[in-house]
Write a protein that binds this ligand. Structure first.
Ligand SMILES: [Zn+2]
Length: 258
């Protein structure tokens, strides 16, 4: 099994005219690469990320954007695209040692950078977040965030703060964003989310009390949706963990025959 290659320039992954971004043969002489990272996730598929200097991408072009790339690619490619994007962003944003300001160099063994002056090692950054579908019988709570690029209802999410457990963060975020209290928190699944380096821990939670009050400056609208309404509601695309939580909620009604 040969090695496959992904190319990046600046903050963009590259694709060819057909929209292809994963190549089974090298498109370039890799001597000109700024960095080469091993992105291999499973032993059967060896993958390298090759970071090229600006304007050295030849026949490839920096893609229209990661969201576009993700929505056009098959879902099975999400982990690899997510990993490539996160490593690319981290590599570009970590050129110097945060402790002593020396230039960082490629780590000998790990997917990391090191400071040869003070010995600090920098690994690709991951920021843990909770994401949750709040359930109230046959209804679930979805909200439209102020930063959404299109009108869409999604699950609630937020960063876990220093010292907090995921469960504490979930209760706090739901209280802040929509003003309701939740309990019976159940872990469902996780997803590495490359915008730009979040790690989403997905949960279900049950409604306990309170009326919905959208947080000003964060939430445009938040509502209870009956499961039968969801097929006519703009919700996130299939590759998102938000959609996976919503689909899992819906599934219990499908199996009950509607
Ligand atoms: Zn240093």
């Amino acid at each position: 099994m040969g090695i496959e290659y992904i190319y990046a320039v600046g903050d963009r992954l590259c694709s060819d005219e057909q929209g292809q971004w994963l190549f089974s043969t090298p498109c370039f002489n890799h001597k000109q690469a700024l960095e080469i990272y091993d992105l291999t996730l499973v032993p059967e598929q060896q993958v390298r990320l090759v970071v090229l200097p600006e304007n050295e991408q030849g026949a490839l072009s920096p893609s229209r954007g990661l969201r576009q790339l993700l929505s056009e690619s098959e879902e099975q490619y999400f982990p690899l695209l997510s990993r490539a994007a996160q490593v690319m962003t981290w590599s570009r944003d970590h050129l110097y040692c945060p402790r002593c300001a020396n230039a960082l160099t490629h780590h000998q063994q790990d997917l990391a950078k090191q400071c040869e002056s003070c010995g600090l090692t920098q690994y690709p950054r991951l920021s843990p977040c909770i994401i949750t579908l709040v359930i109230r019988g046959e209804y679930c709570l979805l909200a439209q965030g102020i930063r959404f690029t299109e009108p869409r209802y999604s699950t609630l999410a937020g960063f876990i703060e220093a010292g907090e457990s995921a469960e504490d963060a979930l209760v706090r975020e739901v209280r802040e964003e929509v003003g309701v209290e939740v309990a019976n928190i159940r872990y469902r699944c996780s997803q590495s989310w490359p915008f730009p380096h979040s790690f989403m821990l997905g949960f279900f939670a049950d409604y306990v009390s309170g009326e919905i009050v959208p947080e000003p400056g964060e939430i445009v609208d938040a509502r209870w949706f009956h499961y039968s309404e969801l097929k006519n509601t703009p919700i996130p695309p299939g590759f998102t963990i938000s959609r996976q939580l919503i689909d899992a909620f819906l599934k219990q009604y499908e199996s009950n025959g509607g």
